[in-house]
Design a protein around this ligand. Structure first.
Ligand SMILES: NC(=O)c1ccc[n+]([C@@H]2O[C@H](COP(=O)([O-])OP(=O)(O)OC[C@H]3O[C@@H](n4cnc5c(N)ncnc54)[C@H](OP(=O)(O)O)[C@@H]3O)[C@@H](O)[C@H]2O)c1
Length: 235
């Protein structure tokens, strides 16, 4: 069995801790300089994971934007953009979503056995479908990704996915961007759900770095002893 991938959680939130509002359009939290920083972080990763609701609501492309970074990845023997990974119970995902149609990298959908028939019917031609059993457990998921050669994984949300990685103690690093405004509506999507987190008043996380990027701030937390800089330099 391969080592589990280095797992980096990345997201942006408002000052009052929201990832998104309850209504469309999607909330713009970051600025251009920070989007470019995220592009750089993505370029250092082998796979990007988002939850099925994020695929449905945001229709993200999840591709490396910078031509230089794509070229650097090719030089290093990597595909131009990372593998895309998502998770679903019910399988209501559209094969025409950008997640599936854009980019040549492999797409993997982890689903429950109950949802597997529906997921295969919809997505067999555009993704590798993995039946993960009664429930998709994040430990099992990253072990399987490690066996597929993934060494560095970026998890970009949404809330339920971030919560599962954090409460299970599976994150090595958290990159949290705080945007300079409030959402002020509890119907919005918070950063995390309720849960038991390994970091609490008696066990504080290690703040590894703080960086101002224009009008947002990046907080970088080391969440495990594996916390480190990427092996792939030059992005
Ligand atoms: N600000 C940011 O940085 C950022 C980043 C990403 C997303 N977001 C926002 O986050 C919001 C979405 O967050 P969310 O918490 O509602 O949804 P999510 O985490 O994106 O996706 C949740 C869905 O993933 C599937 N899922 C999650 N855990 C699973 C498990 N263990 N086994 C099987 N399937 C599982 C289920 O899909 P099915 O329903 O298909 O069964 C579930 O409904 C969006 O508004 C998006 O804009 C913000």
């Amino acid at each position: 069995m391969a080592d589990r991938p280095y797992t980096l959680l990345s997201c942006s939130m408002s000052i009052d801790g929201y990832l998104d509002t309850a209504t469309a359009p999607r909330l713009q939290l970051s600025n251009d300089a920070d989007f470019d920083r995220v592009d750089e972080v993505r370029a250092s990763c082998d796979a990007i994971l988002v939850g099925a609701t994020t695929v449905r609501n945001d229709n993200p492309r999840l591709l490396i934007r910078s031509a230089d970074r794509r070229a650097r990845r090719i030089e290093l023997g990597m595909p131009p953009s990372p593998m895309k990974v998502t998770v679903t119970r019910h399988g209501q995902l559209d094969a025409d979503a950008n997640f599936f149609t854009l980019g040549d990298a492999e797409k993997i959908v982890y689903c429950t056995s109950a949802g597997a028939t529906e997921v295969r019917r919809r997505l067999d031609s555009v993704a590798t479908v993995v039946d993960a059993g009664e429930r998709v457990d994040m430990q099992g998921l990253i072990t399987d990704l490690g066996d597929r050669g993934i060494r560095r994984l970026i998890v970009e949300g949404g809330r339920t996915i971030l919560t599962q990685f954090l409460t299970a103690g599976l994150a090595d690093e958290l990159q949290l961007v705080v945007a300079p405004f409030f959402v002020g509506d509890s119907r919005g999507c918070r950063f995390v759900d309720d849960g038991q987190f390994p970091w609490n008043p008696d066990h504080r996380a290690t703040l590894a770095d703080v960086r101002q990027i224009g009008d947002v701030v990046l907080l970088r937390y080391a969440l495990s002893t594996r916390f480190s800089e990427p092996d792939y330099p030059g992005f």
